[in-house]
Design a protein around this ligand. Structure first.
Ligand code: ARG
Length: 465
């Protein structure tokens, strides 16, 4: 049983179950790198301010660097009795360099220390996830360019609605992902705030220099209020919320890939490397990755609601409940990173079944709106045109025909305004390329989207790299 750092006031040792129940070392060991980085900056500042000597600082920093190496090499023994990563490292430091190690915690509390570690951790990961997301967007833009002309049915209510370009569909996701990337960038202002120097909650009596610590660690801002600095977890809630949105987008995409790769659709074929088989049905090739991305979305939403709920009843400032902020955040980072990393190659390698898509477009009534628009150009009010087309479609269904199969006489049974050019107007290519309004599915409009997306992406990449 090791002696607690806070043991002075206690006459009994901690119940073993309490130790296990309250310890966070089982998960906050992930903050080791950030903890050491923060401690080195803190020690440097303490020496600059004359709070410790330069020799003491040197000893402390050397000790911390050795500990970092021990951890990286798997030589470090984490102990539950020492509760968390902060005390595990401090104890080892004192073991290594003697009582002078105990000076590191001057003008600092674990409350501002853990807040600092979490900020540093998220800074690292938000950049990393931003880079991953940008790569995914790049992959989508490239896939759109490669498949610029392919036509497939567009859906509303999962019913065939109007033909669209496959590239237009991909660019819809690019728009969604670019918003996600912008949100990540925007959240940076609130992640990039330095909490150290808040002490336990009220600040410190020592002549510290918070600006120096912020500069050493690369923070743009410093928390203005010590109580807020140790109580704030908004930036984590915000991250979980942005992560939830991203997962929601990835999940909708997954759902489309699952549908499209089904026998019923056959619009795409996912590469073997991204599918798995069945243990009993030899013919099967399952889109497991897409299914799991869709499935794992639930746990990320869960982490968001969980942290919001944890925080809602907490009085200022630090409460032990806040230790619950970590596992959900670590898991979210990992879940999102995995999903982003897999989605890119999965979409890049999937085969697009152009013939099947084209066939689907020909065997439906997704050009019906264009027939109505055609009648409108002949001076027929849209409502009336809608009625005429509806009746024509009903006739086609009875006759087992599509609009392009009708003779001009058959058209005339519903409207004498129809002329031979209708056959040209209702061709899928024509239908698609007629929608050349800004943001529409015409090839020229998709090119505009691609150019604009590239510019936006480049700007954002500058921030994240
Ligand atoms: N392990 C703690 C956490 O994760 C560190 C802060 C502990 N502070 C305290 N006063 N007990 O929140």
């Amino acid at each position: 049983m090791s002696k607690k750092a806070w043991g002075g006031r206690f006459t009994k040792s901690t119940n073993h179950l309490v130790e296990e129940y309250t310890a966070s070392i089982g998960f906050d060991y992930k903050l080791a790198e950030e903890d050491i980085q923060g401690s080195i900056a803190h020690a440097t500042m303490l020496a600059t301010q004359g709070i410790i000597t330069v020799e003491e600082m040197d000893l402390i920093i050397r000790g911390l660097k050795e500990i970092k190496k021990e951890i990286e090499e798997g030589q470090f023994e984490f102990s539950i009795a020492l509760e968390d990563i902060h005390m595990n490292i401090e104890k080892r430091l004192i073991e290594k360099i003697g009582p002078v190690g105990g000076k590191l915690h001057t003008a600092r509390s674990r409350n501002d220390q853990v807040a600092l570690d979490m900020h540093l951790y998220l800074k690292k990961w938000v950049k990393q996830l931003g880079i991953r997301l940008a790569e995914l967007i790049e992959g989508f833009i490239q896939k759109a360019e490669e498949n610029i002309d392919i036509i497939l049915p567009g859906y509303t209510h999962l019913q065939r609605a109007q033909p669209i370009l496959f590239s237009h569909h991909l660019m819809a996701y690019v728009s969604m992902f670019l918003r996600d990337l912008e949100r990540l960038q925007d959240s940076w202002k609130r992640i990039d705030l330095m909490p150290l120097g808040a002490g336990a909650l009220a600040g410190t009596t020592f002549p510290i220099d918070r600006k120096q610590v912020a500069d050493l660690l690369g923070f743009q801002g410093i928390y203005a209020n010590s109580m807020d600095a140790v109580s704030d977890r908004d930036y984590i809630v915000e991250f979980l919320s942005h992560a939830s949105l991203m997962m929601m987008h990835l999940s909708r995409l997954s759902e489309e890939l699952i549908l499209w790769s089904s026998q019923e659709f056959q619009f795409v074929e996912l590469d073997d490397a991204f599918c798995t088989g069945s243990s009993i049905m030899p013919q099967k090739k399952n889109p497991d990755v897409a299914e799991l991305v869709r499935g794992k979305t639930g746990r990320v939403y869960g982490h968001l609601i969980s942290l919001l709920t944890t925080l809602k009843g907490l009085p200022l400032t630090y409460n032990k409940d806040m230790q619950e902020d970590k596992e959900g955040m670590f898991d979210t980072v990992q879940t999102l990173d995995g999903a982003l990393a897999l989605m890119k190659p999965m979409v890049e390698t999937m085969k697009v079944n152009q013939e099947k898509m084209a066939k689907s477009v020909k065997e439906d009534f997704s050009n019906a709106t264009d027939y109505a628009d055609y009648l409108v150009t002949k001076g027929i009010p849209f409502r009336q045109a809608h009625e005429i087309v509806g009746k024509t479609v009903l006739y086609c269904i009875e006759q087992k025909k599509y609009l392009l199969d009708l003779t001009i006489e058959e058209y005339h049974a519903f409207s004498d305004q129809v002329e031979k050019d209708i056959y040209e107007k209702l061709q899928p290519e024509q239908v698609v390329n007629a929608r050349s309004s800004y943001g529409g599915t015409a090839k020229e409009s998709v090119f505009v989207q691609i150019e604009e997306a590239k510019t936006k992406l480049q700007d954002l990449q500058g921030f994240f790299s």
